[in-house]
Design a protein around this ligand. Sequence first.
Ligand code: SAM
Length: 281
Amino acid sequence: MRRRSAGTVPRQARTRLIDMRIDIVSLFPGMLETPLSESIPGRIREQGLVEIHLHDLRQWGLGRHRSVDDAPYGGGAGMVMRPEPVAAALDALWRPGATRILLDPTGEPFRQARAADLARRDHLILVCPRYEGVDERIRDLVDLELSIGDYVLTGGELAALVVVDAVIRLLPGAIDGASTTEESFAEGLLEYPQFTRPAVFRGEGVPEVLVSGNHAAVRRWRLAASLRRTLERRPDLLEERTFSPEERRLLDELKASSNDTSETSPGTTETPGNPSETPGG
Ligand SMILES: C[S@@+](CC[C@H](N)C(=O)[O-])C[C@H]1O[C@@H](n2cnc3c(N)ncnc32)[C@H](O)[C@@H]1O
């Protein structure tokens, strides 16, 4: 499939050139249609940036009853999805270059970097198991196993929706580029606090710097606020990241100020920069 840069292609041409194809195999394709047709996903599809095909696994089911599951060898609770229908679906849908993805709670934790990686691929095939999951031998037939978090869902459909939603919004031209480059996880940090009107809400104002019109100061405040929020809420993200000299300096200041604060006033934290710029202060 051909790739093109977004924003330079006239709308008419866009509806003929598809950037990405996604096939989703499920026993309950009806669960997927509406979320992928509404709002931004629906618009992205209408724009022709992605073509999404939903497939009922039952069509590859076995025998007169189109059976797809059986009892686990060794006994135990629940049913296991047989490998033949899933393998037949993968064989039917696979084309050279396609990435086959199994949704599975034991898979790779799905993160923004993986979403960005998948958004650069031409063809994704997602398999949504149910019951106790799919026969182990299917793992050899997929390229990637993804988990959307440390909890267990009743089936892979919601997980597939999460993955597809996160991926297609990153397709060039899907949404305003700045929205996807200045957001949580894009740069390995959480996003800075956002404010809109009214200027005072239930007695709480907005940081003065944000209404100052000083773009350089706004940028600095946001960077510091982003670092601070990440330090407070997701310090694990900072351990994996490299920093620019400016970020390193701000982070050192934040750590120093939080040490000072905890020594003098337990339970409170300082906001980066001028205290008058404190969010909500
Ligand atoms: C009830 S779960 C099976 C759980 C499995 N027996 C286990 O303990 O790992 C049924 C299916 O839901 C999907 N699923 C459940 N939790 C998930 C998660 N956190 N991420 C991705 N898929 C999930 C998977 O496709 C899974 O095979």
